[in-house]
Design a protein around this ligand. Sequence first.
Ligand SMILES: [Zn+2]
Length: 101
Amino acid sequence: MELVDERVQNPTRNKTQHKAKEKYVALYKYKQYLSNSDDGAFDALHSPGATTLHSGIYRCEGCGHEVVSEGGKPLPPQNHHQHSTAQGKILWRLAVYAQSK
Ligand SMILES: [Zn+2]
């Protein structure tokens, strides 16, 4: 039996699948807890291991993998997960900005 990396061969979410779209997107239930923003923080791409500027959910540009990262701590490193050649290198983009008082 050949072992394959399911994240590369079959990039669908395991826990909660969205049938309508085969895309990785952050999920939420109560819309009153999220608000749209055009903050430039969502445009920046961050290298693996870079210091997290804003606490929140970060999305890998190459494969859509999502992680939670805390401000001031490093984003996941290069060896966090494997990419195919087509997926390119890991770059993290802020997807959901966690606000704190
Ligand atoms: Zn990735």
